[in-house]
Write a protein of this length. Structure first.
Length: 363
């Protein structure tokens, strides 16, 4: 009983294992739209249909926004700058990964609420960062199934993290309260594990050509450090009148963050006509469906004619010289009902076998 059940279970597996499109090596894939191994192709770079690598560069203003010492003080905007370069790899039509280097400088101001003597403090932060960014193509991910038009704009979302090094400096009118040698407040954070940061943002891309994309991008960068804004590395400091409020206590947050607003270019690498980031599988399905619905396909029969006029096309006629007037089977062969070697056209005794010299009749 168990042997019978085992054979019953393995029989379908053994049957399908003999499928003609089966692939025995890891570098091949079958053409599932046909039967037969003749359509198996090597899965290598030559089989690629899309470009999936690009190099991006860009830059723009940078502002220390969520911190104690910020780029926006009163009615004044303290402008900073940033620039980035990245190597981008598109994994699917909705997701990609980038290795990015970014550098820049922010300028910021603040005033201690309990120390008017200090006046308005001026600070700056110079930074450089190495990070990995995940890229989600929302336009491909959320595209409506009934939208059949091609698109040249795409909304992207970014999320990632990395390491940064930065130098900060802050000077006010009462620097003597901080150190006895009257030096300004300075922090020099080296690039390393201790300088981990995260960033997130959105970008709007425009497909200029097969080789170039233009993007406007806004990023939020959280340093997870209280010293990133230039306010120093302490929360209280002694002064001539006792402990005074430190710049890191202006706000309750223990983490300083900035924002960047960039305009960039992406140079798409490869010889294919399109990039995977701009490929919409639905568009391909719609295109092929359109071709099937609108392409007239005429059924052509008897491409070689019917030279013996027996009603069977020469394309599949097994007897191309059938005598005129003879009845034939589906393969175009003249009928011989009694199988005596005399076709019915010449057989005087159709149902009784006989020699040819007696017109197919028995003697």
């Amino acid at each position: 009983m168990k042997l019978g059940l085992f054979l019953l279970a393995t029989l379908p597996i053994a049957t399908y294992a003999q499928d003609s499109i089966a692939v025995n090596t890891s570098d091949q894939y079958p053409n599932t739209f046909s039967s037969g191994s003749a359509n198996i192709q090597k899965f290598d770079n030559k089989a690629r249909r899309f470009n999936d690598w690009s190099v991006s560069v860009g830059g723009g203003p940078a502002f220390m926004t969520f911190a104690d010492v910020t780029s926006f003080y009163g009615d004044k905007i303290n402008w900073g700058w940033n620039a980035y370069a990245s190597i981008d790899k598109q994994i699917t039509h909705t997701f990609g990964v980038s290795l990015q280097y970014q550098m820049g400088e922010t300028n910021q101001q603040a005033q201690l609420p309990t120390n008017p003597k200090a006046g308005v403090a001026n600070a700056w932060t110079k930074f450089h960062q190495v990070s990995i960014l995940g890229d989600i193509n929302f336009s491909n991910l959320l595209r409506r199934v009934d939208n059949k038009s091609p698109f040249r704009w795409a909304l992207h979302g970014y999320l990632g993290g990395g390491f940064q090094g930065y130098k900060t400096e802050l000077i006010d009118n009462d620097i003597s309260q901080w150190q006895t040698n009257n030096f300004p407040i300075m922090v020099d954070q080296k690039l390393g594990i201790a300088s981990f940061f995260m960033q997130a943002g959105v970008g709007l891309k425009y497909n200029v050509s097969r080789l170039i994309d233009v993007e406007a991008r806004v990023m939020y960068i959280n340093s997870f450090d209280e010293e990133f804004d230039g306010g120093g590395n302490v929360r209280e400091a002694p002064g001539s009148n006792g402990y005074r409020l430190n710049y890191n206590l202006i706000n309750d947050s223990y983490s300083d963050a900035m924002m960047t607003f960039n305009l960039g270019l992406s140079f798409k690498l490869g010889k294919q006509q399109s990039h995977l980031a701009w490929h919409d599988p639905l568009q391909e399905v719609y295109y092929k469906t359109y071709l099937l619905e609108n392409t007239a396909s005429e059924l052509v029969v008897c491409t070689q004619g019917d030279n013996d006029n027996d009603g069977v096309c020469d394309d599949w006629d097994r007897e191309l010289n059938t005598p005129s007037g003879a009845r034939v089977d589906g393969a175009g062969v003249a009928l011989d009902m009694d199988l005596d070697g005399v076709i019915d056209l010449y057989d005087k005794c159709v149902t009784v076998a006989g020699p040819a010299d007696n017109n197919g009749c028995p003697k």
